[in-house]
Ligand binder design. Structure first.
Ligand code: FAD
Length: 392
């Protein structure tokens, strides 16, 4: 049983397959969706993720498809700056915004042929002494040496390994979209915090703008779920431009809506022959824009650990040791930011905004630097003799 099986073909699963390929390990990625569609909105890739792409030898391709962001400004509903942080890292990388479909396309183009199998939903796994069996919903089974579970925040694998590890609702719901806006020059990422919710606008390549909006409310709220662009325009009607201009270009067909969740930090990511990565391991709220970035870091760190340990199970434990503290800190910090950013009380929000304005910029910048500055060594070139396999 010298095979490695990745469950889930999202950013974590695809990047991990690429990272393992770089160290000569073949893998198969099983994805539940019957087809890969070029959907989704925008994504911020912090300088730490760009460093990870550099380690994978993909930095230049990524940068060519993304839009560099120099800074993130947080404004109040009238357009007054609350805080501003630089988004370049000490490693010399910038932060980039990219359309999710373009990132997906880039990752797919670097898989070895035949790596991705679609329409394969894992239903459960059974662990034997010397292998694991994955049972799919189509009735088929796959015996495999090791499983990397990259099946997202709702991970079936995680919930079977850690009973009760359900995603927890963050208290707010979110809409996203991408609009064409050649006449709306936007040079940096801006987030607007007001008592009615938050709106973010982020420039993409080709004169497009990625936007998101959050509103505090109960989970799975049918009224909020029915919101159209017109409802969002009415809700955020008193927010300054570019909010109105961006929403005036949005369409109902282009709206992506979902409640925001994260995971209470887990005690383990490594479970013998099974490893959790990406959102399955450490799903986080998007307030630091780090969920996908951490999944990409995971992939690079895992490949280094597999290379350094002859026993994959030891590599999984070493991965857990290397990743636990940082991913926990990201989850906790991001959740805390979300709580403060979603305050609705006008007095509290005014106090918050004033406090943030009085804070030396170095305080916010220090936190941002901790997110963005990461050391990830380069992985080797793809071996010319073709990929090998995991030791069982
Ligand atoms: C509103 C919002 C904004 C965000 N913005 C950012 C941002 O700016 N920057 C950033 O870094 N992150 C951001 N994130 C987070 C980011 O989207 C996630 O962290 C990232 O997509 C996680 O990737 P993943 O591969 O771990 O999980 P997923 O993307 O959820 O992928 C999991 C994959 O597994 C498949 N799957 C599920 N179950 C099974 C099964 N049983 N068998 C087989 N396949 C299965 C799914 O179909 C899916 O393809 C944002 C998230 C949200 C909600």
């Amino acid at each position: 049983m010298k095979s490695i099986t990745i469950l889930g073909g999202g950013i974590a699963g695809l990047t991990t397959a690429i990272a393992l390929r770089r160290i000569g390990i073949a893998s198969t990625v099983f994805e539940a969706a019957p087809e890969i569609r070029p959907v989704g909105a925008g994504l911020g890739l912090g300088a730490n993720a760009i460093q990870a792409f550099k380690a994978l030898g993909l930095r230049d391709e990524l940068v060519a498809r993304g839009r560099a962001l120099n800074a993130l400004s947080i404004l109040d509903a009238r357009g007054k700056v609350i805080s501003r942080t630089q988004s370049a890292s000490s490693t010399g990388n910038d932060t980039y915004a990219i359309h999710r479909a373009e990132l997906q396309d880039l990752l797919l183009s670097h898989l070895a042929p035949g790596t991705l199998q679609l329409g394969k939903r894992a239903e459960r796994i059974t662990t034997k002494d010397d292998h694991v069996v994955v049972h799919f919903s189509d009735g088929t089974e796959r015996p495999t040496g090791h499983v990397i579970a990259a099946d997202g925040i709702g991970s079936m694998i995680r919930r079977s390994l850690v009973p009760g590890s359900e995603p927890r609702y963050a208290g707010y719901t979110c809409w996203r979209g991408v609009v064409d806006a050649p006449d709306l020059p936007l040079h940096e990422a801006v987030e607007i915090w007001g008592t009615r919710g938050r709106i973010g606008v982020v420039p993409l390549t080709h004169d497009r703008i990625y936007w998101f909006a959050t509103i505090t409310g109960p989970p799975k709220d049918a009224h909020l779920a029915s919101y159209t662009v017109k409802d969002l325009q009415a809700h955020f009607g008193n927010y300054h431009d570019p909010v109105r201009s961006v929403l005036s270009r949005a369409t109902d067909a282009g709206l992506i809506h979902g409640d925001i969740h994260d995971l209470d930090p887990l005690p383990h990511y490594a479970f013998g022959r099974v490893l959790l990565i990406g959102d399955a391991a450490h799903g986080t709220t998007p307030n630091l824009g780090q969920g996908a970035c951490q999944a990409i870091e995971d992939a690079v760190v895992l490949a280094h650990m597999v290379q350094a340990h002859s026993d994959p199970q030891q590599a999984f434990v070493a991965f857990e040791r290397a990743r636990m503290e940082r991913t926990r800190w990201i989850t906790r910090t991001s959740r805390r930011i979300g709580v403060v950013a979603e305050w609705k009380n006008p007095v509290l929000t005014m106090l918050r905004d004033t406090l943030f304005r009085l804070m030396p910029p170095s305080v916010n910048q220090r936190q941002m630097n901790k997110v963005l500055n990461v050391r990830l060594e380069a992985l080797p070139e793809i071996p010319s003799h073709g990929p090998g396999s995991f030791r069982s």
